[in-house]
Design a protein. Sequence first.
Length: 279
Amino acid sequence: MTAFSVNDDLPVVLITGCSSGIGEATAIDFAQAGYRVYATMRDPSSISDTLKEILQESAGHKVLSLDVDDSASVKMAVTKVQEESGRIDILINNAGISSISSVEEIKMEEAKAVFETNLFGVLRVTQAVMPGMRGRRGGTIVNVSSVAGRLVTAGHGIYAASKHALEAISESLAIETKSFGVRVILIEPGFISTAILNKADSVIVEDTPYVEHLTRLIGMYKEAQLTAASPEVVAESILKAVNDPSGRLRYVVGSEAQCRLDERKLLTDQEWINKTFLN
């Protein structure tokens, strides 16, 4: 008998990176849509008042500590959810960090940190959840990627590399788990109004041979701050994707993201390099 008995028939969703942005908005959307939400973050005391209020409106929702960079933390959180609810129906790997730097100049520690969270963090949580889904022959894993997982620009090499790698393991996982009834979904947003977008405000470009490239990228970030879609747009897309019977793998979020992908498809590699170099 599980420790959980309230709303025991509701689908159980575990979401990482819920302290703000896309994770917070997704936790709110799923809670209001009738799911039992486990909203996780490194420091539960950092939960927003809005998310706390909504999760308290209905019995069964929980806020848990989960650091995707820490294997013990991941194991503890996943075990707690499984013991309380008996299962995890949906995993949403949302936690992620960004980086703005040239490939030559990025500190190795920063590059490793980006991959630790954006790739290995996803892998940790997925590996912890998969045995239960495979055993029940059902479940959904949503990986929040980025349009940067399919195209690259100067100054974004390491971040884009982590998202390209995430796209690769997600597609492989989708093939591997299909026979076990587990569906994998990739969400690919463009510029979204989150803390990652605001990262450009703290980047100082000086004493670098790549000043033009980095200045251009920061300019793109700052321009996007005025027009970027809200995290709620991504959250709505995740909820729709989870309930989409088509079984699609990839969902691009935002017209700006789709336009950039469409443009990339029309150009050869050399044309893309020349365009991004000259613009």
